[in-house]
Design a binder for this molecule. Sequence first.
Ligand code: FAD
Length: 358
Amino acid sequence: MGLTEDPGNGAATPAHEASAAGEPLAEGAAEAEDELYDITIIGAGPTGLFGAFYAGMRTMKTKLIDALAEPGGQLTALYPEKYIYDAPGFPKIISKDLVKVLVEQALQWNPTMCLDERVVTLDKSDEGHWVLVTDKGRHLTRSIVICAGVGAFAPNKLNAPGVDDLEGVGVHYFVKEKAAFKDKNLLIVGGGDSAVDWALNLQDVARSITLIHRRDEFRAHEGSVQELMKSPVRVLTPYEVKQVSGDGKLEQCVVYHNKTKEEETLDVDAILVNVGFKADIGPIREWGLALEKRGIIVNNKMETNLPGVFAAGDIAAEEVKMNLIATGYGQAAMAVNVAKNYIDPKSSIFPGHSSEKM
Ligand code: FAD
């Protein structure tokens, strides 16, 4: 479950620079399911990441859980290559670069990061702690900040015969490590930034790469598409997958031109599907939270109707809704500092100034 081991009570430990640089986060030793955390943040979008930073600064033993395999929320899933012009401190910054620095800032305190894990239920333990059950295990915590944005992201699945049977044994929706594609004849499906970026970035490990996209026009960044067209990657448009096959592992994929219906059988041992994400608030509706159409109802301390459970960012329904990264930062700071006071009433809500602490 946990990717980055927590050293203890969240005391300051230098950042993992590899993670901050966008490389895979180090796999930590499996943690005990009954380990109690001070605070668990659901959602590693900008709001949750900034909240994790604040929780670390308040020496809270912190856990961050996200359904996506990578942190960054909407910035990672929906617009990684776009410029953001209203992120505090950056006149302009590419979305994925903002995620990189947010991760670097959050990881200064070594929160436990549980990625690719979706929170399904919220309950109370016999001891009165909160219990979060995910699709991979359970997590015990004294307080919770829900930073779930527009809901849990999951990749859109490829809808073709054979795909489901070969998921994990040739069919992939994420690149967790480039080495998984070493010496593979790789087919990439998609026409957005992720598909094009991976086609360019996996050239040094894959034996061959073919990219198919169902339209002639790409949605990816113009410069990346130009680079793709000049690269050795074989590009087929407008092509789609008809079926995949293999005996226990992927061996072949039939693709077809969606206008002429002409078919081609490709010998491939890996397919990377990058055809977008869907978001779903889903289970959060069943957790006993007071909701309204726009999200979870909070007061001006970001408290929900459940004691010790807070909400911040896009998921928090306020009188005037302002779904912006900057708004989430402020709400995360409020929620985490109120949570600190909730678990330890002797500590003040106001954290003091970081410039005087660090
Ligand atoms: P999100 O970014 O949505 O992150 C929520 C995370 O929670 C997700 O990773 C999700 O997987 C996870 N999650 C949800 N439910 C669960 C669960 N049950 N279990 C585990 N994980 C869960 N804002 C700006 O300020 N400036 C801009 O220029 C800007 N441009 C934008 C452009 C586009 C195309 C879009 C779509 C949005 C833009 N926004 C912009 C809005 C901004 O991206 C959002 O306000 C911001 O991402 C909200 O952050 P968040 O952390 O609250 O939620």
